[in-house]
Design a protein around this ligand. Structure first.
Ligand code: HEC
Ligand code: HEC
Ligand code: HEC
Ligand code: HEC
Ligand code: HEC
Ligand code: HEC
Ligand code: HEC
Ligand code: HEC
Length: 417
């Protein structure tokens, strides 16, 4: 039997420990207490009860999301992660900006794939160039996309000015922007902030907010393709919410952009790097094969072959490759016309300050690209009337403009003065 004295001492010690712990805890900053993990659920309650008044739509959207169902809280995303600037807010410590860094805490795999894609730094550098980017990040991305990051700012940034670039180019190209905390890109471009939904990401319009217009008419091409026609007719029957790793043709018998470029249909691996399924640089003036030509083609064909016979897919790609060759030849012809007047000193050295330079830019950047994209995604009108027709017409017009410049001699060009 323990003596009364040892029991008494044990009780005193235990009480002292409890009081000490309580004192230490109460002297910790309020925010730290509030952010202790078991409190996090209550924290969402606090954020939500106040924000239901302040910003009702945000709370509503959050509550409809899979995050809310899985118990991911407001603070899980809004709490300051490594390297982030802190903001004191109603007794909580938040990050000033929720970035890909916050998402990557739980979705590291998606972030890694995204980082290797052209949606990351290459998208940003296409407009702003590499100036100011950390060398290690440039080197990392260049490893996967040679020449895509280490380049000067696009010539149009100087010509159009910063206001036009900020609300224009950057609205789309910021999908790959560098963030202050050292992370890259915006996950919310496709997922939005509070719904974080795969159903949304699988809709053509979501990609089409950027992938549209005369220079990359992917949305328009899709809508006129058989795939787009069927999808629009029967979209109500698709199970767009199917979990990515279990997506089958029964969920989506018709493909959308994400099916071909990102989803894992029928057990194939989904990817956040759409470049892994491509074989050409179609956006380029002269389209060359990618270093990953064969693996890209195989991966894309595997997607088609969920729904088509392999022979048909092969034939389709062989036909599309012929369009790439034809367009490359036509663009070379146009390029030679402009190079000739340039070599004669009939143009200023500055880019895009003369009519023939715009004519040539539209020629390859609109008509050339459109024809190639149309051929690979089933848009006959884009291969023809917005594509090859414009190219043959463009060659005639470029020749006429070049003849005019030659007949005027050095008159039009600053260099001759
Ligand atoms: C008692 C009310 C209240 C609580 C609790 C509260 N907020 Fe807020 N919050 C506001 C108000 C009001 C604003 C807008 C004005 C401001 O910035 O203070 C705001 C703004 C914000 C902003 C925008 C900040 C900015 O500068 O752009 C975010 C993000 C935010 N709250 C998230 C949260 C999160 C996450 C929580 C819980 C951890 C939370 N809030 C708790 C009332 C509250
Ligand atoms: C999946 C992550 C995630 C969750 C969970 C989340 N948010 Fe957000 N929230 C974001 C992102 C991303 C932004 C955009 C932030 C930015 O630009 O810095 C944002 C922005 C906000 C803003 C500013 C919006 C504006 O337009 O001014 C408020 C307020 C906000 N969140 C409140 C909340 C509240 C309240 C909750 C919980 C009910 C919550 N958020 C849950 C990711 C999240
Ligand atoms: C604290 C961890 C955590 C953070 C931070 C987080 N998520 Fe999630 N996310 C989850 C969990 C858990 C799920 C649910 C998985 C499930 O239901 O299978 C999920 C699911 C998703 C889904 C799939 C939703 C669907 O419809 O199936 C998307 C998309 C997503 N998150 C995007 C984001 C984005 C974007 C951010 C940053 C703005 C983010 N997440 C931040 C934990 C997190
Ligand atoms: C509506 C959204 C949008 C706007 C606005 C936009 N772009 Fe793009 N840009 C895209 C998309 C989408 C692609 C990808 C095209 C493809 O791969 O076929 C792209 C491709 C490019 C490319 C070729 C890819 C590369 O890495 O070289 C360059 C260069 C480019 N854009 C520069 C610009 C510049 C400069 C501006 C503004 C003067 C601009 N873009 C405005 C969406 C946009
Ligand atoms: C270009 C658009 C786009 C961007 C940018 C994007 N996603 Fe996604 N994401 C998708 C699509 C599409 C799917 C659904 C793929 C499918 O159908 O299987 C998806 C699915 C997901 C899922 C569900 C995966 C699973 O297996 O359940 C998570 C989590 C996710 N994304 C997180 C992120 C994070 C984190 C980022 C930023 C690093 C990000 N996404 C950026 C388009 C995007
Ligand atoms: C049926 C499958 C399919 C659908 C649906 C589809 N694509 Fe494509 N896409 C392709 C193929 C095939 C290529 C050419 C691949 C190659 O380079 O080998 C391509 C090329 C592209 C490129 C060109 C990349 C470059 O090199 O310039 C972009 C960008 C693109 N698609 C975006 C989209 C968007 C956005 C949508 C939806 C509006 C979409 N795609 C719908 C199959 C599809
Ligand atoms: C916020 C704008 C934006 C959204 C949304 C977006 N993209 Fe892009 N995407 C771009 C830009 C910009 C590029 C060009 C990047 C570069 O090459 O410089 C691009 C490039 C691509 C490419 C070519 C990649 C390569 O390796 O050349 C494909 C394919 C593509 N996107 C598919 C998609 C799909 C599918 C979706 C929807 C799930 C989507 N994108 C949503 C802006 C966007
Ligand atoms: C999820 C299923 C699915 C995927 C994946 C898919 N398709 Fe289709 N495709 C269809 C359906 C359904 C039709 C409509 C067939 C009809 O008219 O009955 C169709 C029609 C077509 C057509 C026009 C009809 C024809 O056969 O000439 C072409 C061409 C085509 N697809 C090519 C492709 C290519 C190339 C890919 C891969 C890059 C692809 N499809 C991926 C389902 C799919």
């Amino acid at each position: 039997m323990p003596s009364f004295r040892s029991v008494f001492i044990a009780v005193i010690l235990a009480t002292a420990l409890v009081v000490a712990a309580f004192l230490v805890q109460s002297r910790r900053p309020r925010v730290e207490v509030a952010q202790a993990r078991p409190e996090a659920v209550r924290a969402t309650g606090k954020c939500a009860s106040c924000h239901r008044e302040e910003t009702a739509a945000i709370v509503q959207e959050y509550e409809l999301s899979r995050h809310a169902a899985a118990g991911t809280t407001c603070l899980d995303c809004h709490g300051a992660a490594e390297g982030q600037e802190k903001l004191e807010h109603r007794g909580f410590i938040l990050t000033r900006q929720v970035t890909a860094r916050n998402c990557a805490q739980c979705h590291a795999h998606e972030y890694e794939e995204f980082l290797r894609s052209r949606h990351a730094l290459p998208a940003y550098a296409a407009v702003q160039g590499a100036a100011g980017l950390p060398a290690d990040q440039v080197a990392y991305s260049e490893q996967y996309n040679p020449g895509a990051v280490r380049r000067p700012p696009n010539a149009l940034t100087g010509i159009e000015g910063s206001a036009a670039i900020a609300s224009g180019c950057s609205s789309c190209h910021s999908v790959g922007q560098p963030n202050k905390d050292g992370s890259i890109g915006s996950c919310t471009a496709c997922h939005t902030r509070h719904r974080a939904s795969v159903a949304l990401a699988r809709l053509p319009e979501t990609c089409g907010q950027c992938h549209m217009g005369p220079d990359h008419s992917q949305l328009e091409i899709y809508h006129e393709s058989k795939h787009g026609i069927l999808f629009n007719a029967f979209r109500g029957e698709m199970n767009l919410d199917a979990p990515p790793r279990r997506l089958t043709v029964a969920d989506m018998p018709v493909p959308t952009c994400s099916t071909c470029h990102m989803s894992g249909l029928g057990g194939g691996p989904p990817t956040h790097n759409p470049g892994t399924r491509l074989s050409y640089y179609l956006f380029a003036e002269q389209s060359q094969r990618r270093p990953s030509y064969q693996t890209g083609r195989d991966a894309m064909s595997a997607v088609c072959d969920n729904c088509h016979t392999a022979g048909r897919t092969k034939q389709f790609f062989a036909q599309a490759e012929q369009i790439v060759q034809t367009v490359n030849e036509r663009v070379r012809t146009g390029q030679a016309i402009v190079n000739d007047v340039r070599a004669r000193g009939l143009l200023t050295p500055a880019p895009l300050d003369e009519p023939i330079e715009y004519a040539y830019f539209d020629f390859w950047h609109y008509a050339g690209r459109t024809a190639k994209h149309g051929a690979f995604m089933g848009g006959a009108d884009f291969v023809q009337w917005h594509g090859n027709y414009e190219l043959v017409k463009g060659i005639v017009e470029l020749k006429a403009q070049a003849a005019e410049l030659r007949s005027r001699g050095g008159g039009a060009a600053g260099v001759a003065r």
